[in-house]
Design a protein around this ligand. Structure first.
Ligand code: GLV
Length: 329
């Protein structure tokens, strides 16, 4: 008998066709997420699930899903999942690393360029009919080329962001738990520094690290005060890494020049202060969203799930210790 699985959000036809081949699929192809209660009810008889970063997979949910053996997140980040609880229940967790690095890096640069050259503000101005003609001192931005790029979180995506800096002749400072190999640092023109030094020296600070208890409010009022008043902050990582209230305050007071933000605490709701700030470029958590990349992400999750339910080690297993547990609640 095929294992029963739940697909919690809309995916591509090819993803569903692939899953249908080896699983009995129940899927939500509407545009609204299941409520936590609905999710629990639908998972009661499922052995696997393909989910998204908007689904919270915690110990309570696992209690109501006694047959669950694998959770395949369509995202590289998995802070929506209580991995320890999954391991304890013998539930494998997988993510989608590698397939979204370049698209996410492209978008970090889109935000960086957009914030530096005020693209969203200019677009709104032109559309509102407020462009009265060319002037020398008009809507001046800040140069990107030759500036210093700081990257906090130098995993695959951070390195993809750094690779793009060469085209802008930008030296890179980076902050990461572990130092990169010397030849990678050389290729990326990157120097390993502490967080404080990076914040003080960088003209652009890009955040590209996972969200966890340790990285909660990694950038708050004190860190924003360490940045140059001309610096620009870009967050393509996760809401919660930045203290949004402190950022709204710093942007409003001109303590830093601008920000480009793809992620927010409590998204899709965001701190209302952002909406009034012309020096904040705001995006709705789309850094990986190109058709090619999102297709690859969904298919990666599907392959992970099918492998896990077939008793194989899925390619992107996050919690190898889950395989040592037997599923019993
Ligand atoms: C998106 O935010 C991801 O983690 O893949």
């Amino acid at each position: 008998m095929k294992p029963r699985i739940l697909v919690t959000r809309e995916v591509f036809d090819d993803t569903l066709a692939f899953l249908d081949h080896s699983c009995e699929v129940e899927s939500n192809q509407g545009d609204a997420a299941f409520s936590p209660g609905e999710l629990a009810r639908r998972l009661a008889d499922k052995e696997g699930m393909v989910c998204c970063l908007t689904d919270v997979i915690d110990a309570d949910l696992l209690q109501s899903a006694p047959q669950l053996r694998a959770v395949a997140n369509i995202a590289v980040g998995y802070n929506n999942i209580d991995v320890a609880a999954c391991s304890a229940h013998g539930v494998m967790v997988t993510n989608t690393p590698g397939v979204l690095d370049d698209s996410t890096a492209d978008f970090a640069w889109a935000l960086l360029l957009g914030a530096a050259r005020r693209v969203a503000e200019l677009d709104a101005t032109v559309r509102a009919g407020q462009w009265k003609g060319w002037q020398l001192k008009q809507w001046m931005g800040v140069d990107i080329h030759g500036a210093t790029l700081g990257i906090i979180g130098m995993g695959r995506i951070g390195q993809a962001i750094a690779r793009r800096a060469a085209g802008f002749d930008m030296p890179v400072l980076y902050c990461n738990r572990t130092r990169l190999a010397a030849e990678i640092e050389k290729r990326l023109n990157a120097s390993w520094v502490g967080k404080e030094e990076l914040l003080k020296r960088a003209d652009f600070v890009v955040l590209q690290l996972p969200y966890s208890k340790e990285t909660h409010h990694l950038i708050g009022a004190a860190e924003l005060a360490q940045m140059k008043p001309t610096a620009i902050l870009v967050n393509t990582a996760r809401g919660g890494i930045v203290d949004d209230a402190a950022l709204v305050e710093a942007l409003g007071a001109g303590r830093i020049r601008a920000a480009g933000l793809d992620v927010f605490t409590g998204e899709p709701h965001l701190h209302p202060g952002f909406l009034a700030l012309k020096n904040a470029v705001l995006a709705p958590h789309v850094a990986s969203s190109t058709e090619a990349t999102r297709t690859r992400m969904a298919m990666t999750a599907a392959r992970n799930l099918v492998a896990a339910l077939a008793g194989d080690t899925p390619p992107n297993l996050v919690n190898p210790d889950a395989r040592r547990q037997t599923r019993a609640i």
